[in-house]
Design a protein around this ligand. Sequence first.
Ligand code: ZN
Length: 125
Amino acid sequence: MIGLIINIIRMRCPRCRKAPLYTQPNPYNFRRLFEMHEQCPHCGQPYEIEPNFYYGAMYASYALAVALFVAVLVILTIIGHNEVEVLLPTYFISLVVLSPVLFRLSRSLWIHFFVKHDPELAEKK
Ligand SMILES: [Zn+2]
């Protein structure tokens, strides 16, 4: 389970966990933010399983945005500044700054729902 979570965060192929999902590792390179490999360079797993596959990643993106809100709320509560006047601007600024990362993480999370890890395939090549 922990390996799965680490693999989602590292944005690697869900099947072999060797090759990256994205052509450009930096999510703040906005020209290439959306560019993914068509298939895994290591095992050949297609990354777009069916047309418009990543529309469903919006659900994962929503869940990540809610998780970010909870994280900001917990941090502000710990440091003693959980007033609404502080919470909302802090949340929206962190949401805007982290949106490229959340976008990529949501796609990574979404493909990991549908493609299972194959440890034997990871050993090949
Ligand atoms: Zn692979």
